[in-house]
Design a binder for this molecule. Structure first.
Ligand SMILES: [Zn+2]
Length: 243
């Protein structure tokens, strides 16, 4: 039994290592997912900006058409003014020109505003594209580093698991189950050493002398009365075990 506990103690060391590696892999993968999300968010923003730009360009084209129409109309009205035959026609023609000038000036202002808006939108898009490119290149560096690390860890995990399972097989099934149950309930610490003062290393409670004697002399499986972890005393003499 002493050997069994010693094996369990070693197994616990391996299990701790495996868990750490697994957590590291998960952390890397979470980071990668986060970066992919950031890039996707950037893409969505650029797409929305591009749609706004497209709409503004259409409005600008419309304003430019209205501007050229207004200029043409004013030109025609000026030509008509040359051919007036009386005072009434002259006044009417002048009024037409005044209103045409007002219209032209309004459309001109609108067209200029839209031109400015398109330009502004283009510079906003350029900044967003630059941000995305930076994100992408940082991501490339990160991805290749992380991918390499994750790959190494996965390889290590695989060979560690083989060692772990081989070791676990040396432990009697009932005891192994007990170990695994305590391990899952006691945050990765199922087998604890008893220190020089006879205390449980897991929770620091004093272990009753009788229990200590049993463990030390026969390698019996005993649990800490406080935290219920399996007690292990390192360096038990073979002679003592056989007593
Ligand atoms: Zn304890």
């Amino acid at each position: 039994m002493a050997n069994q506990l010693e094996t369990l103690f070693k197994l616990q060391g391996l299990d701790t290592l495996l868990l750490e590696k697994q957590k590291t892999i998960e952390k890397y993968e979470a980071e990668l997912a986060e970066r992919r999300q950031a890039i996707a968010a950037c893409d969505a923003r650029i797409e929305a900006l591009a749609a706004t730009r497209k709409e503004l360009v259409a409005q600008r084209a419309l304003a430019e058409r209205r501007l050229s129409d207004a200029m043409e109309l004013l030109k025609q009205r000026r030509q008509r003014l040359q051919k007036v035959r009386n005072e009434r026609e002259l006044r009417a023609g002048q009024e037409e020109i005044t209103s045409g000038q007002t219209e032209l000036s309004e459309v001109e202002t609108l067209a200029l505003e839209l031109m400015a808006k398109v330009e502004e939108m283009e510079s906003v898009i350029e900044v967003a594209r630059k941000e995305r490119a930076d994100l992408e290149s940082a991501d490339h560096r990160h991805v290749s580093d992380a991918a390499e690390r994750v790959q190494t860890l996965r390889r290590e995990l695989e060979s560690d698991r083989g060692t772990r399972d081989g070791m676990a097989e040396q432990v009697e099934a009932g005891l192994r189950k007990k170990y695994e149950l305590i391990l899952s309930r006691r945050s990765g610490l199922a087998v604890v050493e008893v220190d020089g003062a006879g205390c449980c290393v897991g929770c620091h409670v004093q272990i009753p002398p009788q229990t200590l004697i049993e463990v030390r002399k026969t390698g019996a499986v005993r649990v800490c009365p406080m935290c219920q972890r399996l007690l292990f005393i390192g360096g038990i003499e073979v002679d003592a075990v056989s007593l």
